[in-house]
Design a protein around this ligand. Structure first.
Ligand code: A3P
Length: 276
């Protein structure tokens, strides 16, 4: 590979090779985070967003990718081709993710993009860089019921070879309930953003509401973003972000991540998309 040729995200992950592995958890202000995130937390905390940036915050596996896709389509007037310009983690960087070189960190990707940016985070509210609140950035939070969230996380922890080993299901339930998984307690996470939603103007959504009536929730996001799109564009966005269509969209289904890291023989990223 010549030095001046920029690696694709997938190629960078391939090239990181054996440096990728299941990272141990290290507590940051009491929250267990994977070591590559914990080790770089000062730089992550210092990130200074632009007032036009949008934060999409979730506990892992609550519908982040779905919401990222909806937002990107809303901002591109439902233009499917425009939203296939790159895979989700490149179009909408993951604020705190930090991986071995040459994989770009979330901050590397963000620093190369012009605002407004769609920024993903799983950080609990107390660990979100304060710049987001000082700049009054719009923030969308999605919560998913604990049972489906935990099942989804369990399969994800098996297939994602950078997450700590999930171990057997019985033990996993207890780790989830004790807040010992990456990014900490589901209970504290959903509660923290809920309690701050009015003061910080957070649009608080539920995965189950999105499943029940996706059009209604897409319209809620549209209004929150101060956009007004015609009915046919909204219908198109709802259709493009259906589970079936996103599962088949290589720019939204995480098949961009090599199988050495996301092992699809264990589970797909787009697994079932259930809600109770
Ligand atoms: P399952 O593992 O239950 O299938 P995140 O993006 O936060 O990691 O969340 C991933 C979960 O959201 C997975 O749940 C995935 O299938 C589901 N998901 C992704 N896109 C979806 C969509 N368009 N509709 C419904 N569920 C979706």
């Amino acid at each position: 590979m010549s030095e001046d040729k920029e690696l694709s995200y997938a190629d960078a992950i391939e090239e990181a090779g054996s440096a990728m592995g299941r990272f141990p958890l290290i507590p940051v202000k009491g929250i267990p985070l994977m070591s590559h995130i914990a080790d770089n937390f000062d730089a992550i905390s210092a990130f200074c967003p632009d007032a036009s940036d949008l934060l999409i915050a979730t506990y892992p596996k609550a519908g982040t990718t779905w919401t990222q896709e909806i937002v990107d389509l809303l901002l591109h007037n439902g233009d499917a081709e425009a939203c296939r310009r790159a895979p989700t983690p490149v179009r909408s960087p993951f604020l705190e993710i930090w991986s071995p070189p040459p994989i770009p960190s979330g901050l590397d990707l963000l620093n190369k993009m012009a605002p407004p940016r769609i920024i993903k985070t799983h950080l609990p509210i107390q660990l979100v860089p304060t710049g987001f609140w000082e700049k009054k950035c719009k923030t969308i939070y999605i919560a998913r019921n604990a049972k489906d969230n935990m099942v989804s996380y369990y399969y994800f922890d098996h297939m994602n070879k950078t997450q700590p080993e999930p171990g057997p299901w019985e033990g996993y339930i207890h780790k989830f309930m004790r807040g010992e998984l990456s990014w900490g307690s589901w209970y504290d996470h959903v509660k923290g953003y809920w309690e701050a939603r009015e003061k910080k103007n957070i649009l608080y959504l539920f995965y189950e509401d999105m499943k029940e009536n996706p059009r209604r929730e897409v319209e809620r996001i549209m209004k929150y973003l101060d956009l007004t799109l015609p009915d046919d564009v909204i219908s198109r966005i709802v259709e493009l972000t259906s589970f079936k269509n996103m599962k088949e969209n290589p720019m939204a289904n995480y098949t961009c991540i090599p199988k050495t890291v996301f092992d699809s023989s264990i589970s797909n990223f787009m697994r079932k998309g259930y809600s109770i």
